[in-house]
Ligand binder design. Structure first.
Ligand SMILES: *Cc1c(COP(=O)(O)O)cnc(C)c1O
Length: 695
């Protein structure tokens, strides 16, 4: 591939404002038009766009005009700046004056957020405006299709939102509900405009309308303050006639908004990174030579949106976790619903439905024979729990000499002390602490590749270690089939079967650390299935909550549980945030989603895409190996890569991939579209063929 193929023009980050109403006919178009005038008066080059326009006359619909353009044109008439304004447009026009989903269906069309967003982006990139003024259709929950609403489009676009509310009796309810919805979707409120409807007292004859409407504004200001919304509330007056003077009056009223809708630097990318560098420590990083960082503002699907608006295709699933991509509506719903009921409660002496349901689901998915679940708050803690379970089990059956663990080199099990003691002693990132760590027993890493015939000799070193230390070994701990952070190494499942037999013969337990491999990533729900095995203890984490919250679990067999708790003993562990209800509820939803969204087919597609896409790396200079298993694609280089140069290159090319040591690896969310997987692969190949890794 030539480097040119891989070059992309740097895209301008989207800037602008989304105007929505608290309902239909609340005065949104008039407010938008008046704001257009206010922005032109402030010399902002703005383009008005209506993503969807319904109720357009058939003759006009063909030329895709904007019916509201007439109102916009009246509002800006006479302004010299109007000459330079990009003509307002509607992206999709339908004749039926109804909700977009209905109007589109009537004409055999189907609207999607992704499609509309792409069109908005295309307008922005091809135009010369400083900002877009997007006017929605109706209120927030106006459907675009069976699954998506206007609000989803706003979230997909991610721009600040100006809410136009009707100042009528009962209007407050709609405005406050709209504010809730905006906040729950992480949208910034750029301001609220209270517009006078035609008949503010409809349905309530004989009341002092003026006093009640004044209270609407006062109440809203109070609520905005409580919610930390610093943007202004503007009341538009009722005008007898919307002539030139009228538009000017409205525009002047809206002037306080102009400062709030223009992009500010408070949260711009460079500024966040600068502040970070003063106060924060990053994973495996120096505080003195601050690491290369990008500031993230939002995420959605398989995209990471930086604070400057640039959008990256995610190739990491946030370290194995975000298998459904980001902000999946089902996970967000589970989170919000549980937050409304109970975010957390201590787990000593109390229990709750989300924890029980999650344990039941997990045991159903895990290999047969696992019967009890212990919830921990991170993967490392789940590993500590597994090690303690094994030690207590051996103590319980009087095997007090069994205090050590046997583990292959090249493993990674976390960063706490027990977990560190079983990580690779050299490359395991923890060599500094060797003096303080319990001495474990290390054997050769499983040498036989996943994709080659099994070599029984790969078990020789395990056999030798059992012969030598068998009586001291409490358990063997290892990552089944895929060694993750220790080298992204895929080995033959038959090795695990041999090892399991050696454990049984020696009276040692077998612990599988499936924190990285669990939940489908290797093409099986748990990697143990490749070997048809059930370990005595299994740890999972990372993808357990679909990447939303921190949660991990250690499951053990009935025999291990009985061994620990025989004679009235208890298991000595209990984190403060054990079985956090929010995390459990989201995890339940995530496990349901895996099934519903067909993880098996999706991971198979990922495997196909990664295999095809990364094959071109095999011949490149400095590349030692290319391998793919399930949703994991690895390019291993001969020398450690310049991770910083690669990270910069990847961000500049619109992808998020974070290499380490001699590994450039991809593990995209399961929901990644094929073209995005191809993009990840082609940018990887582009970087390696351009030699960015050896800079
Ligand atoms: C990430 C990982 C851990 C540690 O999990 P944390 O949640 O980061 O503590 C342990 N084991 C394996 C295999 C992992 O990949």
């Amino acid at each position: 591939m030539s480097p040119a193929e891989n070059t992309m023009l740097p895209l301008r980050p989207l800037r602008g404002l989304f105007v929505t109403g608290s309902g239909t006919d609340v005065g949104k178009t008039v407010a938008t038009a008046a704001l257009l005038r206010a922005l032109l008066l402030a010399n902002v080059r703005v383009q008005a766009i209506k993503p969807v326009q319904t109720g357009v006359a058939p003759a006009e619909a063909r030329t895709a005009p904007l019916a509201d353009a007439r109102v916009y044109a009246e509002a800006v008439a006479g302004l010299p700046q109007a000459a330079s304004m990009q003509p307002p447009t509607a992206l999709r026009c339908f004749t039926l004056p109804a909700s977009p989903h209905l109007a589109a269906a009537r004409e055999g069309a189907h609207l999607t957020c992704a499609g509309l967003r792409n069109d908005i982006e295309a307008r922005w990139q091809s135009g010369a405006a400083d900002m877009l003024l997007l006017e929605g259709a109706g209120g927030l929950r106006v459907p675009l299709n069976k699954r998506e609403d206007m609000l989803d489009l706003m979230a997909a676009v991610g721009l600040p939102v100006l809410l136009v509310g009707g100042n009528y009796l009962g209007g407050l309810n709609h405005i406050l509900l709209s504010l809730d919805a905006l906040r729950h979707n992480g949208l910034q409120v750029a301001g609220i405009v209270l517009a006078p409807p035609v008949d503010p007292a409809a349905g309530c004859p004989g009341v002092d309308v003026q006093a009640m409407l004044a209270d609407n504004a006062a109440m809203l200001r109070e609520r905005m303050q409580q919610q930390g919304i610093t943007a202004p509330l503007v009341e538009l007056p009722r005008l007898a006639r919307l002539d030139a003077a009228g538009w000017q009056t409205l525009a002047e009223r809206l002037t306080p908004l102009v400062g709030h809708v223009l992009p500010k630097c408070g949260d711009c990318e460079a500024e966040i990174v600068r502040r970070d560098h003063q106060v924060i420590w990053h994973p495996y990083a120096s505080a003195m030579q601050p690491p290369l960082l990008s500031a993230v503002a939002r995420t959605r699907g398989n995209r990471i949106v930086l604070a400057d608006g640039r959008e990256l295709v995610d190739g990491m699933s946030s370290w194995w976790a975000a298998v459904h991509g980001y902000n999946h509506p089902r996970l967000m719903e589970a989170l919000h619903a549980q937050a409304g009921r109970m975010p957390h409660v201590m787990f000593g002496g109390l229990t709750h439905e989300p924890a029980v349901a999650l344990a039941e689901k997990l045991l159903q998915l895990m290999p047969d024979g696992l019967e009890r679940v212990f919830f921990a708050d991170s993967g490392s803690v789940a590993v500590e729990v597994a090690l303690k379970m094994a030690l207590q089990y051996q103590q319980g059956r009087g095997e007090t000499r069994r205090t050590r663990f046997l583990t292959p080199r090249g493993g990674y099990h976390g960063d706490t002390f027990g977990a560190m003691s079983v990580c690779d002693p050299v490359t395991g990132m923890h060599s500094l602490f060797t003096a303080m760590l319990p001495r474990q027993i290390f054997m050769e890493r499983p040498g036989c590749r996943f994709d080659q015939p099994f070599d029984p000799a790969s078990l020789d070193d395990a056999r030798r270690n059992f012969a030598e230390h068998g009586a001291e070994i409490a358990a063997v701990i290892l990552e089944p089939v895929v060694q993750g952070a220790g080298g992204m190494w895929f080995y033959h499942p038959q090795y695990l079967r041999g090892l399991a037999q050696l454990c049984r013969d020696a009276g040692a337990l077998l612990i599988f650390d499936e924190i990285a491999t669990g939940f489908g990533r290797t093409g099986k729900m748990f990697a143990a299935e490749w070997a048809g095995l059930s370990p005595d203890i299994l740890c999972c984490g990372k993808a357990l909550t679909g990447g939303v919250l921190t949660l991990a679990a250690t499951a053990c067999s009935g025999e291990v549980a009985q061994g620990i708790c025989g004679g009235g003993n208890v298991f000595m562990h209990g984190p403060t945030f054990m079985a956090n209800a929010l995390a459990c509820a989201v995890a339940c939803a995530s496990l349901e989603l895996l099934e519903e969204e067909g993880w098996r087919q999706r991971v198979a597609l990922l495997e196909e895409g990664l295999s095809k896409g990364l094959a071109r790396c095999a011949g490149l200079t400095g590349v030692a190996d290319v391998r793919v298993l399930g949703g994991i694609g690895v390019v291993e280089t001969r020398e450690p890569v310049n991770a910083q140069a690669l990270q910069r290159y990847f961000v500049e090319h619109g992808v998020w991939i974070r290499p380490f040591n001699r590994l450039v690896y991809l593990m995209p969310p399961y929901i990644s579209p094929a073209e995005d997987v191809e993009r990840l692969c082609s940018v990887t190949a582009g970087a390696l063929s351009a030699g960015v890794h050896v800079q």
